[in-house]
Each structure stands twice: as C-alpha cells, then as structure tokens.
Ligand binder design. Structure first.
Ligand code: UDX
Length: 488
C-alpha cells in the first residue's frame, strides 16, 4: 500500500501558502497527497492559484473540501478571523470526522474513480487541535505543522515559566521596555513589548486569546512529530529549546526555496508565481519594477490580515513620499479598518502626495510577492513581519523595516532587528517622521549597507540549507522516510 498523506491547513492565506508548498514537496517525494480545505477557500484557489491549477492535474494529488460552517459567501476577511476559527472548530469538526471515517472505512486500497486511496497519515495545521484529536481517535497518525515563527512558538511554550517568574501578567501601566528573563535563549534582548500580541492584552492566564495560543501550542506535544518552516542556521538556538518539548521537530524551510529548488525546471515555464493565492495578483507591478533603477524601491505590504485606520495609512503614505524613495505598495481592499467594501477609495489624498505617488509610486491590491522580492529593483521591504513574508524577504536578501501588527509578528520583528540584524524594528512607533527616518536608514548610507550585507549572508545560509546535504534538506528526507513508513 502506498503512503497517502492528508494535509489540512487552517484556511487563511499565510497558512495555505506554506502548507500547499509542503504538500507539493511531499508529492514530489513520491507520496500521495490529499489537500483538504474549506469549500469557500477551495473556490478561491480554483480562481486565483496557478499552483492549484498545476497540482489538480498531478496523478496522486487530490483536492478535497468541507464546509467551514459560515452561512454566506462574504469574504473571510480580517474582521471574520475569529468567527471563522470558531465555526471550523464547532461545525467543521464533525464534517471532518465524517470525511475521515468515509475514507478509512474502505477496505480496498483504491476505491473511487480518480483512484483516491486510504489515508495513512495526516499533517495538520497546529492551530487546529480538533482535527488532530479526530484523526488520533480514528487511528490516523498525525504530525503538527505551525506556520508561525519558531521564536513565537517557544515563547508560548514558556508561558508557565513567565507566570512562575512573576514576569507575566505585566503590571498595568508597566514599562513595556522591561526585560523578560524567563524565555530561555532570549534573556539578553527580549522585552515585554516583544512578546506576541496576546501577552500584552491579557491580564491573566484566563484571557481567551492567551489560553488559546497556549493550549494550541501545548497540543503539539501530542502529535507524532512537529514541522516548522525555518532552517538551523537562522533558528538553531530556538529549535534546540523547542526540541526539549517536541523531540521530533523537523525544520524544513524555507519551504518556498526548497520547492523552487525541486521544481525549478517546471517553474521556469510558468508565467505566474508559485502561490496559493486567494486573490487575483496584479502583475503590472513587475513591469513597473522593470523600469526602476537597481535597489531603488521600497516594497510595502502588510500581509493578508493586518488592518489599520485611515489616519495610520495616511501617515505611512506621507512618510514614504517624504523619504523621497520609490515605492510599491500593496493596499488590500480590506486594509483600512478591515472592511472590504470601503478602503483607500474613501481617503482624501492631498494633491502633492498623489502627485509624488504618480511620479515614483505604484499601488496594487495584491502583488506576486515572491517575484517582487526577488526583483533587482528592490531596496527594502516595509512589512508587518508575518512569518511567510519574513522568510520570503530573507531568501531574497532584502532588508526589512518591521511594523508588526499582531500575533507572532511582535517577537519576529525583534529577532529581525536584534538577532539576525537584517532589518529595523518600527514596533509601537508611528507617524510620518518615523516612517521617513526608517526608510532613509534602510535605503541610504552606512546602516543600509550593513543591513544589506547581513541580509545577503542570511540569504546564502538559507540557500545552503535546502541544497543536498543541507540541514533542511536532511530534515525533509527524514520526514518523508517517516511518512512512507505509515503505509506499512
Ligand atoms: C499571519 C502571521 O503573521 C503568520 O506568521 C502566520 O504564520 C500566518 O498568519 P499573514 O498576515 O498572512 O500572516 O502574513 P504572512 O505570513 O506574511 O503571509 C502572507 C502571504 O501572502 C505571503 O506568503 C505573501 O507572499 C503573500 N502575499 C502577500 C502575496 O502573495 N501578495 C501580496 O500582495 C501580499
């Protein structure tokens, strides 16, 4: 019997991007794959993802979907994240059980017209313990995959130590620059303000957000193994700590580089990026980038969930214009206040800002980000520090300016500036002057050169990790070996 892996991500852009890449890599390693997502997100993938189109044709690769339980077809935007999560947990859990039971009930190995066979193992998004519990109950071995930064995950594991050390909860009105000592490996640079956003909001352990991340993280220890999208040269210390609680942790990233390396011949024939896009990408920005001088453009994107007020957006806009640099900016329709129908159209942009934007700016609703970051015109990336975006910037050797929004982004931006030294941290600062100053610092002069040098060195280490014999390459081999063994 052939090994058949069910890959089940949480249905959101950053999760789908990395888990579809993992699924394709496993398929290239000779495993049969079923990629399970929700009906809503599957329909978006069908519309916008070239990767989906390609993989749908591949023998031994199946897309399957279940309902997310939400009643309408409105966009599952930032504002509906919690609603989506709760609906999945409470409504889709039983649908998932039915799905798995119907699969496992088959006695024969191949029973459907398209050859879909019995699932032998599951890689589940670690923020969905309900799926792990269902699979375990039905005797399907499960591996957890987390799409967040490993440093954030280690900090969640350390929550009991933080409480015991009296470092959490933070005193009301306490100094956010106070040092945190109870996260092993981070004693010399971690401050209260750098812990993931849940810590700052919570007043005690009963805070729902904090309980959620802690319980979800702790559930990982029930899985057969743990997968992280990182590499030893970047996250070796954090990984060694995580392995004290999850001994079998595979670090197989950066996944997009690993995949690009594996399918380079295939990708050179495609005109679109290798992404699980839920939105239509505007490729005109690549033509615009072609016309800009080398290293001259600030790429600005706040990922798929971050939202801001129209005042914040205008401060960024003024700061970018005042820096005098060229910029390419992704303004999602729901970036302002999280509302899809409104957004930048309702903003009143001063004529001089509009004029400067026409001269040296380019605005799009969604960009082919991996290709943008790899473009020679790129100078730096003003990012929200989402983990996929961070890894994509690392691989491209592009220094970052970090404006973390929520969840893991606060701690990731601290690692970018203090540990890897490949960017600047704009956390908790705002205003056009700050934006202007940081953009200048990252683009001009000595500091910019230092950042570029460190970013180039880190990109080289990322490349080495996915080469034959590299740390991520070897971990992927071990993972595939384990997955294949589930068929016997
Ligand atoms: C959040 C978290 O911050 C992240 O760490 C977690 O793992 C998932 O949820 P998100 O806001 O989605 O992430 O950001 P990020 O992880 O950076 O993922 C966004 C993805 O969308 C990236 O792969 C990026 O390449 C892609 N993207 C973004 C585009 O393809 N085009 C765009 O215009 C913007």
């Amino acid at each position: 019997m052939a090994a058949h892996v069910l890959v089940f991500p949480f249905p959101a852009q950053g999760h789908l991007n990395s888990m579809l890449k993992l699924a394709e890599l496993l398929s290239l390693s000779g495993l049969q794959i079923t990629f399970l997502t929700t009906e809503y997100h599957h329909s978006r993938l069908c519309l916008h993802s070239q990767t989906h189109a390609r993989l749908s044709q591949r023998p031994g690769f199946w897309f399957r979907s279940i309902s997310d339980g939400l009643p309408d077809q409105k966009l599952r935007s930032a504002a509906r994240l919690l609603e989506l999560y709760e609906s999945l947990t409470y409504n889709s859990s039983s649908l998932f059980r039915d799905f798995l039971i119907s699969n496992q009930r088959q006695e024969t190995q191949q029973y459907s017209e398209d050859g879909w066979s019995r699932i032998t193992c599951m890689v589940v998004d670690g923020i969905m313990p309900f799926a792990m519990d269902v699979a375990t109950d039905l005797g399907v071995p499960t591996i957890a995959f987390r799409t967040s930064s490993p440093c954030s995950i280690w900090s969640y594991f350390c929550l009991p130590s933080l409480v015991q050390a009296g470092e959490f909860p933070f005193p009301e009105e306490g100094d956010l620059d106070e040092r945190i000592h109870a996260v092993p490996g981070m004693e010399s640079f971690l401050r209260r303000r750098d812990l993931p956003s849940f810590f700052r909001k919570a007043r005690d352990m009963n805070d729902p957000g904090l309980r959620f991340v802690y319980e979800v993280t702790a559930s990982t220890t029930r899985a057969k193994a743990f997968i992280l999208n990182t590499f030893e040269a970047m996250d070796g210390t954090v990984l060694s700590h995580i392995r004290t609680v999850c001994p079998t942790t595979y670090a197989i990233g950066p996944l997009h580089t690993m995949l690009r390396r594996s399918v380079s011949s295939l990708l050179s024939n495609t005109t679109s990026s290798n992404s699980a896009n839920l939105r239509e990408e505007d490729r005109s920005c690549l033509t615009w980038l072609d016309k800009q001088p080398k290293g001259s453009v600030v790429y600005v994107s706040f990922g798929s969930f971050a939202v801001m007020t129209d005042e914040d957006l205008m401060e960024f806009w003024h700061g970018l214009v005042n820096s005098g640099q060229r910029f390419l900016w992704v303004i999602r329709p729901d970036l302002v206040n999280g509302v899809e129908e409104e957004g930048s159209q309702s903003l009143s942009v001063p004529p001089e800002v509009a004029e400067a934007t026409r001269e040296r700016g380019c605005l799009v609703a969604w960009a082919p980000q991996e290709e943008v970051l790899a473009h020679p015109s790129l100078g730096c990336f003003l990012t929200h520090s989402g983990w996929n975006s961070t890894l994509e910037s690392v691989v491209a050797g592009v220094p970052m300016i970090c404006w973390p929004f929520f969840v893991d982004q606060q701690i990731t931006s601290r690692f970018v500036s203090q540990v890897w030294k490949i960017g600047l941290d704009m956390k908790d600062m705002n205003g056009r002057e700050v934006v202007e100053r940081m953009v200048r610092e990252a683009m001009e002069g000595e500091r910019a050169q230092e950042l570029k040098k460190s970013a180039t060195a880190m990109a080289e280490k990322a490349r080495e990790s996915v080469e034959e014999g590299g740390s991520s390459y070897m971990d992927l081999q071990s993972l595939v070996h384990y997955l294949k063994s589930t068929a016997s």
